[in-house]
Design a protein around this ligand. Structure first.
Ligand code: B12
Ligand code: SF4
Length: 599
């Protein structure tokens, strides 16, 4: 065992509903290498102090950067604009509840930081590591500065999504009390760093570690990446679950985080233009199915969660036939969440459901094929609807977004989106319909001019958080504002779409097809319906059911032919036109899809 003792800290405003996978992995890795390490979930303690609900409201409103702003005062005092200016300009645009919660939490920040200094035995640790993503920069920096002032010998290390690439160097340059920053994957870099410090050796050649030489911040490329994810340890979440029990956190369901892959296999080929999810590590790597199932079984036995939230950017394509059946066989008492592509077949979706993957985040993003092309999504509007329907049939909930703002969109695109959206209100509604954000690492940011974005600048809200010039902010932050090269008048469709989505979320429409005595009865409660009930018989009913997956008239003719039925092309087309007229079917480029969920 080395002499060096490490404390890893998760500050507000990390999610309190699940443990940090990064810290669970880093702790396990350090311990495996013989180094003493503990994890401190100060986000959970802050939530206990200010109230779980109020914390949750502010945490979920990350677009305001209120979490960063309320801690920035401690670090920058009068160097940033007043709270009153920030409230008037930013918070006032949101509802009263949020305004009150922000003010309530802000009042607790000084005493929270003071308590942290008094109650945590900092002198026990040689190295304190802060993990920072989302709105964790200012909370982490303000505490780190206090620790460094009181315990100058304590080594302060930063890492996490807010430190990736150039952001890590900018953070190190801007905050002299931060000794080292790991600017990417920390699994190998942190243990190398700790070992070097333990032996009193130079860290200058450790890849991915930013250090200070003669007072100047110097980076050393990207960290060495874990090539074989099977070599990672199982994460250790002991402190998180102990703390939940001790603080009496009022969550009925326990969640654990799990990683079965890193990077994105689709993005390696054609990265979606808005996506910065993978930072600088898009190369796809996955655990073997055996290892992934073993890890789930271990986490379930140790922490008894109700829900496993995987953090993969994209499920491995091979998992549908390997990992999922194996997981189904393991019959674990948990539901899972996964991010998936929306191009899955019906069989793949059924495999998800059998393995208890009951929630997915799917890259649907649009209901218009032209917009999907602009964002390089590699799918079509009709395939997206087919996916939503097959998920509903299999009992898999889909979390998705409707994105706008890609240069090249037209009013026709919005009109057709609205039309299709009005026909599928019986399927899961999007979580939001909104303009895309310009994120660092996304093609939209990296190749802004080429893709039609101009005047790219840090979010204006950052002026309430950092007293830095534009150049520093361009390197330090993750979110950017921009203008479109070509001005575009959406003729009010965009607002209509947002209103439609808001109504959709409140509706519980039904469009269901049920077989009874050879007849297919379709019940329809959508606002866009033509009739409440339609009864189909014979070939018509068969064709409607056959179009449960997308089919062309040629497919239908061939399928009927195999059943010994010779139906003329004109008759088939008439049937399909009838379904379309009743808005029971959607069509795109000759492909037809029945919209009713098969009961
Ligand atoms: C899971 C996830 C979530 C979960 C969080 C679960 C949790 N408790 O952590 C949920 C669903 C809550 C979530 C929500 C949001 N998320 Co999110 N999320 C992710 C995701 C997909 C995985 C994170 C993860 O656990 N990765 C696996 C771990 C192992 O990797 P890691 O965290 O990067 O850690 C490694 C290194 O960074 C480093 N490291 C980390 N900490 C430390 C500390 C030290 C000391 C050292 C040395 C190294 C180190 O080593 C680790 C191991 O290699 C990432 C994308 C991604 N692929 O990383 C986005 C990501 C973190 N989320 C992001 C965003 C923007 C959001 C939201 C704001 C969503 C939105 N509206 O857009 C909200 C904010 C929620 C909030 N305020 O809490 C951004 C963050 C950008 C940023 N710079 O912070 C990311 C990067 C994706 C993106 N590009 O949009 N998210
Ligand atoms: S949005 Fe999803 S599919 Fe597209 S590049 Fe990003 S992670 Fe991959």
């Amino acid at each position: 065992m080395s002499r060096t003792r490490v404390l890893l800290v998760d500050m507000p405003f990390a999610s309190i509903y699940m443990p940090s996978l990064a810290l669970g992995l880093l702790k396990a890795e350090l311990q495996r290498e013989g180094m003493a390490c503990e994890v401190l979930y100060l986000n959970v303690l802050f939530a206990q102090m200010v109230g779980w609900d109020a914390y949750g409201v502010v945490e979920r409103s990350s677009a305001l950067l209120a979490g960063e702003q309320m801690f920035a005062r401690d670090l920058f005092g009068a160097r940033i604009p007043s709270d009153a200016d920030y409230d008037a300009d930013v918070v006032a645009r949101f509802d009263r509840r949020l305004q009150l919660d922000v003010q309530h939490l802000r009042r607790h920040v000084p005493s929270f930081l003071a308590n942290c200094m008094e109650r945590i035995p900092w002198e026990r640790y040689d190295i304190v590591g802060f993990s920072t993503k989302f709105e964790q920069n200012l909370p982490s920096l303000s505490l780190a500065r206090r620790v460094k002032e009181r315990f100058p010998k304590t080594v302060i290390v930063f890492g996490g999504a807010n430190c990736e690439g150039i952001m890590g160097l900018a953070l190190h340059r801007s905050f002299p009390f931060v000794d080292y920053v790991v600017n990417g994957e920390g699994d190998l870099a942190l243990s190398q760093l700790v070992q070097r410090l333990d032996h009193g050796e130079s860290v200058d050649d450790v890849h991915g570690v930013v250090s200070r030489r003669s007072g100047i911040s110097v980076g050393n490329g990207s960290p060495e990446k874990v090539r074989d994810l099977n070599t990672l340890p199982f994460p250790d979440f002991d402190e998180y679950f102990d703390l939940l029990d001790r603080t009496g956190a009022p969550f009925s369901d326990r969640h654990v985080t799990l990683e079965t892959a890193r990077g994105c296999w689709w993005g390696e080929k054609a990265q979606c233009t808005f996506c910065g999810l993978n930072g600088e590590s898009i190369a796809f790597r996955a655990k073997t199915p055996e290892r992934a199932v073993d890890e789930i079984v271990h986490l379930v036995e140790r922490y008894r969660p109700r829900f496993v939230r995987t953090v993969d950017n994209m499920m491995s394509p091979s998992y549908y036939d390997t990992f999922l059946p194996r997981l189904a066989e393991a019959n674990q008492p948990v539901d899972l969440f996964y991010e998936v592509r929306s191009t899955l077949s019906k069989e793949q979706i059924i495999n998800l459901a059998r393995a208890r993957v009951t929630q997915v985040q799917a890259g649907i993003e649009s209901l218009n094929t032209h917009i999907l092309k602009l964002m390089k999504k590699g799918t079509t509007a009709l395939r997206n609807v087919e996916f939503l329907k097959h998920c509903r049939q299999a009992g898999v909930y889909v979390d998705w977004n409707l994105l706008f703002g890609f240069p090249g969109e037209s009013v026709d695109d919005y009109r057709s989106t609205l039309d299709l959206a009005s026909m599928i209100t019986h399927l899961d509604a999007p979580a939001c319909a909104g303009q895309i954000r310009l994120d660092r690492f996304s093609p939209n940011f990296e190749r802004a001019a080429e893709l039609g974005f101009v005047n790219v600048r840090p979010w204006s809200t950052f002026k309430y958080i950092y007293p830095f010039d534009r150049e520093t902010l361009m390197d330090l932050v993750y979110y950017f504002d921009c203008d479109r090269r070509e001005a575009f008048d959406d003729q009010g469709y965009f607002k209509q779409l947002q209103e439609h989505v808001a109504r959709w979320k409140g509706r519980h429409d039904v469009l269901v097809a049920q077989r009874n005595n050879g007849r297919l009865t379709i019940h329809d409660s959508r606002a866009a319906r033509v009739t409440q009930q339609t009864i189909l018989k014979g070939v018509e009913a068969d064709v409607y059911e056959y179009c449960d997956s997308r089919r062309t008239p040629a497919h239908i003719a061939a399928w009927l032919g195999e059943r010994g039925l010779k139906v003329r092309a004109q008759t088939i087309q008439k049937m399909l036109d009838g379904f379309l007229a009743k808005r029971l079917m959607a069509e795109e480029h000759g492909w037809h899809l029945s919209l009713a969920v098969q009961g």
